[in-house]
Design a binder for this molecule. Structure first.
Ligand code: GUN
Ligand code: ZN
Length: 658
């Protein structure tokens, strides 16, 4: 019932299928009050809503009507409806008179699309004893609810809420346990007090310790999150659904929700956006209005601003610049910036979920960007790549560096030095922020070329790069650093060379294609793919490498936008020969084999195993269990997601029949 269509970082654009239609995620469920609702949220763009089954259950009239006609008629919404169980009332009033089984049965009876068991919302910062005791009950009820649903063949989908207060290990434990029960959706609960008190960095810990232990194939809902300034951050952490009572609660208090924060009507001189409400009224008009009428209009703005932000977020995922959006949004409040910085603690996990290749350039927006997946990934690659004896570090110039550091003849010059340079035995790299060092042969590869950082450098970035370089040069016998770089780094660690004689070294396209293949497919790939009599064809217009042939046969095409290779049949065969099982591979079962051979896309459910190193957008080999090469293609998901999903496409096959 859930499928991922596009990804960026841990964020995903998904499709969630319910009994009342399919909705796109990330999405926001406005809270509908079963008695007091005056706003038609469907008209304002809601595709899915949430209401409270317990409030309906407690009201004899509503209860009867809901049982007779169903909840969709009762609240006047014919799309998917989620219901909460009364847990929140339990946390506020301390007691409610309905059992877990009763509330499950009732939700199915009124034909809710997604029901919720009676979890215990354990507040943040309670004692560990309290958190553990509550968690036992939450888990027991979740298990009971799922068993009850299954025994009775219930049609609704079921939420199991992750609790555990602000203890990351309890959140993880809860997520692990709930995952083993197999719920349909996993809300993350009891986070409203964290959001209300601006404890956004603790919120990051709570969400990350939960999502990292939840299955990738099941949607997650950040319960009670209704402020649009938080959505981008939450989506980047892997949250798919939000719910909002905030739109109406804030409106009743004359407050406007925006991605820049909250505005109070009494302070407004200008309307904060360009929705219908903000276009049609002035702050004075609203202040002069009857309170109820005004609240309705502000609520309309609040919902429209929230839906607009979700559209912006989904577009950012599609474009591959979700983290740029997060970094932007988190600058509206210092405590949100803290949250963005806290996310850096989870960089290794985020790297696993982040596609290696994106449509958008990487923007360095400040020291927070140093923790991004792209940077981490590149530095790991640098550490692991084979190294020559000596290293030369060149100053950065316009990108791509190899073009602007070379003269008309395509040769590079290094301004003289005290050390002997043996070109064959030297790695040439360019100093860069934030990627530290960029091997010249990789300077067109994503995102080493497709990135921008401010010309005026911040000390955080300089320190970061400096630390990396001082460790990295330990791999080499000798390092020559351009005096321009030394000036930037403002460190006296290196021997300053005199700038007299010129050293010239030639561009080597054969080495370049091999280096790129190693960077893309792993060490050894370059030699294997491009052995034999090579012919490198370049675009007449741009001079960029386009096709590589060996012994007259096409091996790979280089994509102009990111300089990564798309394999041709012979390239796939060669990569398959050199790489050990299961490297670069997706292994499909017998049923799927004929389809893969025909070049049809591979669905997750047919994959029995795959290389743990696969990230979304990687080029992969498709093999059967005997490791026969069937086809090759582009992965749409990472290893964890491919293995976890049972529906949807995993690999877009490029070619079969090989
Ligand atoms: N609404 C906001 N927080 C929670 C929670 O922790 N559990 C439930 N069931 N509903 C909520
Ligand atoms: Zn507005």
């Amino acid at each position: 019932m859930f499928e991922i269509k596009q990804k960026d970082n841990r964020g995903r654009i998904g499709l969630l299928k319910t009994n009342h239609g399919t909705i796109k995620t990330p999405n926001l469920m406005p809270v509908i009050h079963p008695r007091k609702q005056t706003i038609d949220v469907g008209k304002l763009g809601a595709e899915i809503v949430i209401t409270n089954a317990y409030l309906i259950y407690k009201d004899e009239n509503l209860k009867k009507q809901a049982i007779d006609e169903g909840i969709h008629k009762l609240i006047g919404f014919d799309g998917p409806i989620m219901t909460d169980s009364g847990s929140f009332q339990l946390s506020v009033y301390g007691d409610i008179d309905i059992t877990n089984k009763e509330v499950i049965e009732f939700q199915e009876l009124i034909k809710t699309d997604i029901g919720t068991s009676l979890d215990i919302p354990t507040a943040p910062y309670v004692t560990r004893e309290k958190a553990e005791k509550d968690l036992d009950i939450t888990l027991e009820r979740a298990k009971e609810a799922i068993a009850y649903k299954n025994e009775n063949n219930m049609k609704m989908l079921l939420n199991s809420v992750v609790q555990g207060s602000t203890y990351p290990d309890l959140r993880s434990l809860c997520a692990d346990e709930l995952s083993s029960f197999g719920a349909d959706l996993y809300p993350i609960g009891a986070v409203v007090p964290l959001m209300e008190s601006y404890k956004y960095s603790d919120l990051v810990d709570v969400v990350m310790s939960s999502v990292t232990h939840l299955p990738d194939s099941v949607p997650r809902h950040l319960m009670g999150a209704g402020h649009p300034m938080l959505f981008a951050l939450a989506v980047a952490m892997g949250c798919d659904l939000f719910d909002s009572a905030a739109y109406i609660l804030y409106a009743e208090d004359d407050r406007f929700l925006t991605t820049r924060g909250t505005y109070k009507l009494e302070n407004l001189q200008e309307m904060p956006c360009s929705c219908d409400v903000c276009n049609s009224y002035t702050p004075d008009d609203l202040r002069a209005m009857d309170k109820k009428e005004r609240a309705k209009l502000i609520a309309e703005h609040n919902l429209k601003a929230s839906f607009a932000e979700l559209r912006v977020i989904r577009q950012a995922i599609a474009d591959g610049n979700l983290m740029e959006l997060v970094e932007e949004r988190c600058r509206v409040h210092p405590l949100l910036l803290d949250a963005c910085r806290r996310l850096g603690k989870f960089a290794e996990d985020l790297e696993i979920y982040d596609p290696r290749i994106k449509k958008s350039a990487f923007f360095y927006t400040g020291p927070e960007s140093l923790n991004r997946a792209e940077v981490l990934r590149h530095l790991e690659k640098l550490k692991n790549m084979p190294k020559k004896r000596d290293l030369v570090i060149l100053p950065s110039s316009r990108k791509p560096y190899s073009k602007y550091l070379s003269d008309n003849l395509g040769d590079f010059y290094v301004y003289g030095c005290e050390m002997e340079i043996d070109i064959e035995n030297t790695d040439f790299m360019v100093f860069d922020i934030p990627f530290c060092l960029i091997p010249l042969n990789l300077d067109e590869v994503y995102p080493l070329s497709q990135n921008e950082s401010p010309k005026i450098k911040d000390t955080g970035a300089l320190e970061f790069v400096e630390n990396f370089i001082s460790e990295f040069i330990e791999y080499y016998d000798q390092t020559l650093i351009s005096s321009k770089v030394i000036k930037e780094l403002n460190i006296g660690l290196y021997n300053i060379h005199n700038e007299s004689n010129l050293i010239k070294f030639p561009k080597n396209d054969e080495q370049k294609v091999k280096d790129i293949a190693d960077y893309q497919f792993g060490i050894g790939a370059g030699e294997a793919l491009f052995e034999g009599d090579l012919k490198i064809e370049k675009s007449k217009k741009t001079g960029k490498i386009r096709h590589v042939y060996s012994n007259g046969e096409l091996i790979a095409n280089m994509r102009a936008s990111d300089a990564f290779f798309v394999l041709a049949k012979e390239g796939a065969r060669r990569l398959h020969r050199i790489k050990k099982f299961p490297e670069n591979r997706v292994i499909v079962n017998k049923d799927s084999e004929p389809f893969a051979r025909e070049g049809k896309s591979v669905f997750s459910k047919f994959v029995t195993d795959c290389d743990s190193n696969i990230r979304a957008n990687d080029e992969v080999l498709i093999v059967n269990e005997e490791d026969e090469l069937l086809a090759f293609g582009k992965s749409l998901l990472n290893h964890n997601e491919i293995m976890d999903f049972n529906v949807g496409q995993a690999i877009k096959t490029r070619k079969g029949n090989i």
